[in-house]
Design a protein around this ligand. Structure first.
Ligand SMILES: CC(C)(COP(=O)(O)OP(=O)(O)OC[C@H]1O[C@@H](n2cnc3c(N)ncnc32)[C@H](O)[C@@H]1OP(=O)(O)O)[C@@H](O)C(=O)NCCC(=O)NCCS
Length: 207
């Protein structure tokens, strides 16, 4: 069976001086950055764009002249002939960027204790909530974050909320753990076997 390869690059804010990376940002990104006031959010934004640049260089050798990063709607996408599909996510100190030949959605979440029943009731459809309640107490934290990250990843791929059952057709998904107490979901629009290549923070050298 054919495979679809998706690369995910992960970086840790603590490993980088985000102020030094600002000068690499293009004009549109600088305008976006000027509107972000929260210090951690600024770091996430800068590192996300730097990681995207790194991912493009790693996978394509160069950032093609004709590829334009359009993030006017919030969803960043590269426009231009042969441009790959991308998705970005950040949570606390971790930033991740997926790059693929097909549409992708990526979500990273830091997993902590919360009122999982109340939250699941808010975000789940009736069948999803029923499934969540059927989980033993010891599995509810993991179960909740799996539902949450998958829904967010699917939202990012489609640009709108979708029931989880929808992802059975034409989408492949994977979970991975980008750091201690972090969970991530990746969805890709493909019928092929999904081959996920993770590039851990220790292997990502940003310039
Ligand atoms: C937009 C949204 C998906 C961002 O997710 P988040 O977990 O808050 O934040 P993340 O760090 O994972 O993702 C942020 C990145 O997603 C990307 N993004 C923003 N809007 C997006 C959209 N509409 N579609 C795809 N990607 C988007 C951006 O790259 C952004 O980072 P940047 O601003 O630094 O470039 C989320 O806030 C949202 O509105 N979700 C919809 C609610 C919903 O129905 N969810 C499903 C049920 S849980």
């Amino acid at each position: 069976m054919k495979t679809t390869e998706v690369d995910v690059f992960i970086a840790d804010i603590h490993d980088h001086d985000c102020d030094e990376m600002v000068e690499q940002l293009g004009r549109d990104c600088m305008e976006r950055l000027a509107r972000i006031t929260h210090p951690r959010r600024r770091e996430q934004f800068i590192l996300g764009r730097s990681l995207l640049r790194h991912a493009l260089l790693h996978k394509h050798g160069a950032v093609a002249e004709g590829w334009i990063l359009d993030a006017a709607s919030g969803k960043p996408c590269l426009v231009g002939v042969g441009a790959p599909e991308i998705s970005l996510s950040h949570s606390r100190e971790l930033v991740a960027c997926a790059i693929a030949p097909v549409a992708v959605g990526l979500d990273v979440e830091y997993c902590r204790e919360r009122d999982f029943v109340a939250l699941a009731e808010q975000i789940c459809g009736p069948e999803e909530f029923h499934h969540f309640l059927s989980l033993p107490m010891s599995e509810r934290s993991d179960g909740f974050y799996r539902i949450w990250t998958l829904k967010e990843a699917i939202f990012k791929l489609y640009g709108r909320p979708m029931p989880l059952a929808f992802h059975a057709s034409g989408l492949r998904s994977r979970y991975f753990w980008p750091g201690v107490d972090f969970l991530a979901a990746l969805v890709a629009r493909t019928d092929c076997t999904l081959c996920l290549k993770l590039h851990s923070p220790s292997s990502v050298r940003l310039k």
